[in-house]
Design a protein around this ligand. Structure first.
Ligand code: CTP
Ligand SMILES: C[C@](O)(CO)[C@H](O)COP(=O)(O)O
Length: 234
């Protein structure tokens, strides 16, 4: 199932405290954003990458895309103040088909998950990657436990999130009209009554958010290289 992908990459990485966009940090001598772009660039089903960027990173990203021979970036779009604005700006450049939204900061997404999501979005309209919560989750107020939340129905939501394009455009435009800001794209669809399917992903698909995530990322890169004899994208 062919698709196009929006990759929001316009953040500042404040929680990473790297002093620059965390997507430019290197894992195994290759910037995080290139790891992410390569997964889609090497997927025959991907018909185009729409990258939302901070204007200050444009030249750097153009150079990296050229240096690492990434072929499928159709457009570098200026991002916005929040992730949601960045995604919407890129979305407006796409006209047809199934669209995925995938964080630039999640470099370990697997092609199998992408394909499962695109098929699910084609049949149901909207599908997200997620994994079951492993820890016990409690609601805390003022330092005291209010409630232990039943865990069996709790999932940690990731990206990619896949949609039929008109549905996601409507979800974004209605959110913008109503001043609603969500932390993911599915929440914009949920609020206008759209059912969102869940596709079970894996725990390697981490988002690089805080400094300790880099230790996990190094370990995942190493594991993937060992498993694939040096080529983690096959
Ligand atoms: N205005 C923004 C904010 C975030 N992102 C992107 O959305 C993804 C997920 O966001 P997050 O991990 O929160 O990244 P940052 O916003 O960079 O991090 P922080 O919140 O710590 O500043 C990242 O690929 C990030 O580049 C974006 O395109 N535009
Ligand atoms: C979209 C997301 O990655 C799903 O887990 C997440 O919600 C992004 O949120 P953040 O606040 O930008 O980390």
């Amino acid at each position: 199932m062919e698709y196009r992908v929006v990759i929001p990459a316009a953040g500042q990485g404040k929680r990473m405290k790297a002093g620059k966009n965390k997507l430019l940090l290197e894992l195994n001598n290759c910037p995080v954003i290139i790891h992410t772009l390569r997964v889609f660039d090497r997927d025959p089903a991907c018909r185009g990458i729409y990258l939302a960027i901070h204007p200050g990173d444009r030249k750097t990203l153009q150079d990296l895309i050229r240096r690492f021979n990434i072929q499928k970036v159709v457009k570098l779009v200026d991002g916005g103040e929040e992730r949601q604005h960045s995604v919407y700006n890129a979305l407006l450049e796409i006209d047809e088909g199934i669209v995925l939204v995938h964080d630039g900061a999640r470099p370990f997404i697997k092609q199998a998950t992408i394909h499962h999501l695109t098929e699910e979005a084609e049949s149901s309209g909207a599908a997200i990657a997620a994994v079951p919560v492993k820890d016990t989750i409690k609601k805390v107020k003022g330092g005291t436990v209010e409630e232990t939340i039943e865990r069996s129905s709790l999932w940690m939501v990731q990206t990619p999130q896949a949609f039929r394009l008109p549905l996601l455009k409507r979800a974004h435009s209605e959110a913008a009209e109503n001043g609603f800001l969500g932390t993911d794209d599915a929440s914009l669809a949920e609020r206008i009554g759209i059912d969102v399917s869940v596709v079970e992903s894996d725990y390697d698909n981490i988002k690089l958010t805080t400094p300790e995530d880099l230790y996990f990322a190094e370990a995942i890169v190493k594991k993937q290289e060992e498993m694939s004899g040096g080529n983690k994208y096959v």
